[in-house]
Design a protein around this ligand. Structure first.
Ligand code: PNS
Length: 168
């Protein structure tokens, strides 16, 4: 009998967007279990702490028993080996993502040929959504409704309000 297929969906998720959510939901249908693996120390000054990002993802996927949320450090393929995961899931939004993603997938294959990278496309409305743009728009007072889960929208508003209060 085949063991369950465990997939890892790695990233910085600063913050989680609806594009990420879409990919996770697709992955959860395709694989027995999918682990949202949040990289520790990805940026020197992330907007959300790792603990906040873990909380957000856990809350958004609270009703999905085959979605887990975890953190990792070091090489992704070593983390995959420790978890006994056979698949790394990455989202591809546009051709512009392709070169970086191909380099990572081939480097990871070189490091660990046992792990296969699977690319998935998000639903069309999310093909232009990135965490970086979401942060920029929210910080400048623009609306990110429908681009991020409601919980993230609220937390972005709290961060902006907190910063304004600090500056005042
Ligand atoms: O959300 P991101 O920033 O696109 O995710 C990038 C991530 C976390 C997948 C990538 O930086 C990564 O895997 N980092 C772990 C360190 C590692 O394994 N580096 C070699 C990758 S080829």
């Amino acid at each position: 009998m085949n063991a369950d297929t465990l997939a890892i969906y790695p990233g910085s998720f600063d913050p989680l967007t609806n594009g990420h959510v879409d990919i996770i939901q697709r992955g959860a249908k395709l694989f027995d279990r999918i682990v949202v693996a949040i990289l520790l120390n990805v940026e020197k000054s992330p907007l959300f702490t790792v603990a906040e990002r873990v909380d957000i993802a856990r809350e958004v996927f609270a009703e999905n028993p085959n979605v887990e949320v975890d953190t990792f450090d070091g090489l992704l393929v070593e983390y995959a080996r420790r978890k006994r995961a056979g698949v790394i899931v990455r989202g591809l939004r546009a051709i512009s993502d392709f070169e970086y993603e191909m380099q990572m997938a081939l480097m990871n294959r070189n490091l660990n040929p046992e792990v296969e990278t699977v690319f998935m496309m998000p639903a069309e409305p999310y093909t232009y959504v990135s965490s970086r743009l979401v942060k920029e728009v929210a910080a400048l007072g623009g609306s990110v409704t429908n681009l991020v889960p409601r919980l993230v929208e609220d937390r972005l508003r709290q961060k902006k309000h907190g910063r304004q209060t600090l500056r005042a």
